[in-house]
Design a protein. Structure first.
Ligand code: URA
Length: 188
């Protein structure tokens, strides 16, 4: 299956109950050849309405961090989520919803073959890096698994609620820029 076929199939997904309440499936946004993959938790209201990840205020914050390190969803990064449909009232996605949705992310990962994966927030980091991952304690550290580097950082919506963490979150993105310079060949 190629990228377009995967997207087409994903946009019609009915693998869990979230398909009955969603407006749009949020497949992701960015370039399918990116070396850097960012993964959030799941769509919120604006994402559900627009069919795109990280739009609205938290998206603007994320884009500002990305632009500060010369990343841009139109040029050199791909942004996806653990679940592709909005959980009602923005509750955490249920284990069965994550389990049903994860094969889509796995296929995206398989086709992208990213060199670096950045987990945005606890839900993504605990799903992808380690089930007891602590964003507060471990953010900004790169861990290698099967030749791919994984890093967790703060969830942009959490930074809007707690702006005190913005400077440390920004440092994580600065560390990401250094890591990209070190190991990526086509990002910059
Ligand atoms: N928007 C997304 O697409 N994902 C999140 O995790 C938060 C906001």
């Amino acid at each position: 299956m190629n990228w377009e076929e995967l997207k087409e199939e994903c946009l019609h997904c009915e693998r869990c109950g979230l398909c009955t309440t969603r407006t749009n499936v949020v497949f992701g946004d960015g370039v399918p050849t990116a070396e850097v993959l960012l993964v959030g938790e799941g769509p919120g209201q604006h994402e559900d309405e627009q069919g795109l990840p990280f739009v609205g205020r938290s998206g603007a914050l994320l884009d500002s961090y990305l632009h500060a390190i010369d990343l841009d969803r139109k040029k050199n990064v791909f942004i996806a989520n653990i679940v592709k449909c909005r959980p009602p009232k923005n509750r955490d996605p249920l284990p069965e919803e994550r389990a049903a949705c994860l094969p889509w992310l796995r296929e995206q990962f398989r086709l992208l073959r990213p060199k670096i994966v950045v987990c945005l927030g606890r839900i993504a980091a605990q799903q992808i890096i380690r089930s007891d991952y602590s964003v507060t304690k471990e953010h900004g550290q790169f861990v290698e698994k099967d030749g791919v580097l994984f890093m967790g950082t703060f969830h942009p919506p959490a930074l809007l609620r707690n702006p005190n963490n913005k400077p440390v979150a920004f440092e994580d993105f600065a560390a990401l820029r250094e890591k990209i310079r070190e190991i990526c060949t086509s990002t910059y």
